[in-house]
Design a protein around this ligand. Structure first.
Ligand SMILES: Nc1ncnc2c1ncn2[C@@H]1O[C@H](COP(=O)(O)OP(=O)(O)O)[C@@H](O)[C@H]1O
Ligand SMILES: [Mg+2]
Length: 257
């Protein structure tokens, strides 16, 4: 079952992590013994049903939650809390409404004391990269959902983290915009390669984006299976190879074990 390529160095390591939330009546076991390594510049998609523990897993890597047992390390350092080595993009867009596009994108650099000229230069580069040239001075309220997610991606990139953590970033978008953003993310990632962990419950999105798909079971989530997706990029959603893989993973997701 373990069919991971071994070419680059591991950037993220999750060692036997389990997570239990203490609830009022009984404790709630959400993750069960997850072992996962992600290589440099690999795009790994965590695919699983709703409420299975995907966000919990990404929050553990982000340092927003602590594992009940096991540990997570990023670039050889045990994760103790959030840090600028990890950029996060969530489904619900959390841009500062009082800041413009450029203000939001450069915010992390400003907090770190980067000079105005330098942070403007870097922010502009990532704004151009995500296709928001011309919208530098727009406030979030004036942007569409897809554009706000572009700002979120540029903002995460702008702190130049070692890893990008994306928790269902496109699931609140309409279907058309979602396809477009999948294509855009792949284009951006081809230009600026990063180690990405991308969470989704959408199988088609997973196959379109992933170098490797980790399929999680229902809660408590454990790793059901891993798939290396070696279809040429950019991928065609309706190619026979794409559809065959989709059928295969769909069957695994439906199976009880
Ligand atoms: N802070 C928390 N306290 C208690 N239960 C939680 C907490 N966070 C998540 N859960 C529970 O853990 C389960 C998995 O949640 P989550 O990781 O958000 O799933 P997913 O992202 O796959 O939809 C859910 O049943 C959820 O109610
Ligand atoms: Mg979630």
């Amino acid at each position: 079952m373990e069919q991971r390529r071994s070419v680059g160095k591991d950037i993220i390591k999750c060692n036997h992590i389990s997570k239990t939330f203490p609830n009022q009546k009984e404790s709630h076991n959400v993750l069960h013994n997850i072992d996962l390594s992600v290589e440099e510049n690999e795009l790994v998609v965590i695919l699983g049903p709703g409420q299975c523990g995907k966000s919990t897993l990404i929050n553990l890597i982000a340092g927003l939650e602590k594992a009940t047992s096991g540990d997570v390390s990023v670039c050889g350092k045990t994760v103790e809390g959030p840090g600028p080595d990890r950029g996060v993009v969530f489904q619900s867009i959390s841009l500062f409404p009082w800041l413009t596009t450029i203000g939001n994108v450069e915010y992390g650099l400003k907090m770190r004391g980067v000079s105005k000229a330098e942070r403007r230069k870097r922010a502009q580069y990532y704004i151009d990269l995500v296709g928001l040239n011309g919208f530098e001075h727009s406030f979030p309220v004036a942007l569409s959902g897809g554009m706000r997610q572009r700002v979120g991606i540029a903002r995460a990139y702008c702190i130049e983290p070692n890893v990008m953590l994306m928790d269902e970033p496109f699931s609140a978008l309409d279907a058309q915009t979602r396809y477009l953003m999948q294509e855009e993310l792949e284009r951006i990632w081809q230009i600026e390669k990063r180690t990405i962990v991308f969470v989704t419950n959408n199988l088609e999105e997973a196959i379109y984006l992933a170098d490797r798909i980790i399929v999680l079971s229902n809660c408590p989530a454990r790793i059901k299976k891993e798939y290396i997706v070696d279809l040429p990029r950019p991928r065609n959603y309706v190619s026979p190879e794409f559809l065959a893989l989709r059928k295969e993973i769909d069957d695994i997701m439906d199976s009880a074990n």
